[in-house]
Design a protein around this ligand. Structure first.
Ligand code: ATP
Ligand code: MG
Length: 460
């Protein structure tokens, strides 16, 4: 029995060195496994240059956490006791950014490292809003204080590439190895200081396959409303991180389980309750996850087009039922949905443009006669619009036959495409005739439908 226990402890290398308040556990290479060669050259060079100039400098936060978990970090943060000015003076290719939280971007080759000065813990002087949200925390502090103001224990790890030692103030390495996401301090207080931490808890636990410590999970449902006080741009940034994390499906499911989806994703609560909408959104997120994992490019326009599509459809249906003309009604529906959601989601003009292009091309897939299909193929946004169409078919919103036809049409050569075209249908010709201006040169009310439709079908 004792031998068994001994073996187990021995095999694992015994308990990890624990820190005491204000003093970190010093974890050697053999216990965390981050060899300096696995750290990006830019991060290493930045730490070495700061250390050579007499400062302390560590790789910190997500990068250390990811390296221990065997994930390639997407970027590196460096923490130092040098002030932003001092950092700026040390690196030729660097610039100070941010006014409230000054950090320095240091360029090393193609890498950009984010270098921040250790920040002080919050105290009675910290400026907060009426809900307890911290509005300002730009006071420099010690490394221990800097560790205490980070969110989760696994994010408060400092790796020194020179000594290859991890400085662990809050038992983050042990938590990571035990696959637990634990908050530093009282979770309710930490959520009040910054409600975005609730979203981060969901995203990071999905990304790293960690279980939320019950204390981290418990207050979320009750405190979810605090998200409403967070500036939209910040929520949008976090949402993009979440949606493009490669674990969007998992995250969205967890958000829903924790009651956090209200007001975060565009009416995700409503969308997910409509059977077709839910299937469509989940299919879109599944394909986004697959693209992230395959290292393919992603467009936020495309993703938001999928998230909002069933809103547009619902709005469009109402308009059509009011006998509005289909094409103008679609444009009105698009604008109204973007107006409602755009502000909440901080969707930029450029992204809104991308979204609209994808939506506006959808009705054109229905036209499979004459020159229209060839013209559609030439549209710069054809690929995205076609992927969108395929997703609509997969979700059951439209007939699979249409998406298959367009798939085959793209694959075929010119003669094959000609052969695939459907016969020019009668009504179109009739519409054309009706568009013709009468001798008096005026377009009469009854002609408006045909005029608009022919514009959409062929002219653009
Ligand atoms: P990823 O890079 O995978 O998105 P991350 O944890 O590195 O995850 P960043 O936004 O890059 O996220 O933040 C870097 C570090 O800054 C975190 O690891 C954490 O230590 C600290 N941090 C970020 N956001 C917060 C927050 N809201 N509250 C406290 N600390 C935070
Ligand atoms: Mg990071």
């Amino acid at each position: 029995m004792i031998r068994k226990l001994f073996h187990r402890v021995f095999r694992r290398g015994g308990p990890l060195p624990l820190g005491t308040p204000g003093k970190p556990g010093l974890i050697p290479l053999a216990r965390h496994g981050i060899h300096r060669d696995s750290v990006s050259p830019g991060a290493r060079r930045t730490c070495e240059a700061l250390q050579k100039a007499g400062y302390t400098a560590y790789v910190v936060g997500g990068a250390v956490r990811d390296l221990i978990a065997g994930i390639v970090p997407k970027d590196y943060d460096i923490a130092t006791n040098a002030t932003p000015e001092q950092v700026r003076n040390l690196f030729r290719r660097s610039r100070i950014i941010g006014r409230r939280f000054q950090i320095v971007h240091v360029m090393q080759g193609s890498e950009t490292l984010e270098v921040s000065t250790f920040r002080a813990a919050h105290d009675a002087d910290t400026i907060k809003d009426e809900h307890g949200r911290v509005l300002r925390d730009n006071v420099f502090g010690s490394m221990a204080e800097d560790a205490a103001r980070r969110d989760f224990t696994v994010n408060a790890l400092y790796y020194d590439p020179t000594t290859q030692i991890v400085h662990d103030y809050h038992h983050g390495v042990a938590d990571l190895q035990q696959k637990t996401l634990r908050m530093i301090g009282d979770p309710a207080v930490r959520y009040r200081e910054d409600p975005v931490r609730m979203l981060r808890a969901v995203r990071l636990s999905a990304k790293l396959g960690l279980t939320l410590d019950p204390a981290v999970r418990a207050p979320i449902r009750e405190m979810a409303d605090l998200m409403e006080n967070v500036p939209v741009a910040r929520v949008f940034d976090e949402m993009l991180k979440l949606l493009f994390s490669g674990h969007a499906v998992e995250c969205v499911k967890r958000l829903r389980d924790d009651g956090l989806h209200h007001g975060l994703l565009p009416l995700l609560d409503v969308i997910l309750e409509q059977p077709l909408g839910e299937k469509f959104v989940l299919l879109a997120l599944t394909s986004t996850d697959a693209r992230v994992k395959a290292g393919k490019s992603l467009s936020s326009g495309y993703l938001f087009a999928t998230l909002l599509w069933h809103e547009v459809l619902a709005n469009w249906e109402i308009r059509k039922a009011r006998r509005e003309l289909p094409t103008p009604a679609l444009y009105e529906a698009m604008d109204e949905v973007l107006d409602q959601q755009g502000e909440k989601l901080a969707i930029t003009r450029r992204i809104a443009g991308d979204i609209k292009e994808i939506w506006a091309l959808q009705p054109r897939f229905e036209k499979r006669a004459g020159k229209s299909p060839h013209r559609l193929l030439e549209q710069p946004r054809f690929r995205a619009a076609y992927d969108f169409l395929a997703l609509r078919a997969e979700s059951g919103e439209i007939d699979q036959e249409l998406a298959t036809w367009w798939h085959d049409f793209q694959m075929a050569d010119l003669a094959g495409r000609e052969a695939m075209l459907l016969p020019d249908s009668g009504p179109k010709k009739r519409r054309r005739r009706r568009v013709k201006k009468p001798a008096d040169g005026l377009v009469h009310a009854g002609d408006a439908l045909s005029a608009t439709e022919s514009t959409v079908s062929d002219e653009d």
